[in-house]
Write a protein of this length. Structure first.
Length: 56
């Protein structure tokens, strides 16, 4: 999706929700993952629960 198509609202909403719920993705935060494996695992966990909570 490009910005010219005007369909970026879904992506922007997901990014905003991610930043609100997971403190590790906020800039200048003290909640930092010390290894990449934990960071990726946390992201996978968030995406899994986010998709599971969407209405069908």
């Amino acid at each position: 999706m490009t910005k010219q198509s005007g369909q970026t609202s879904y992506i922007e909403r997901f990014n905003c929700t991610l930043r609100q719920r997971v403190s590790r993705f906020i800039r200048r935060s003290l909640a930092v993952s010390k290894c990449l494996f934990n960071h990726v695992g946390l992201l996978w966990n968030f995406i899994h629960h986010y998709n599971a909570s969407l209405p069908i």
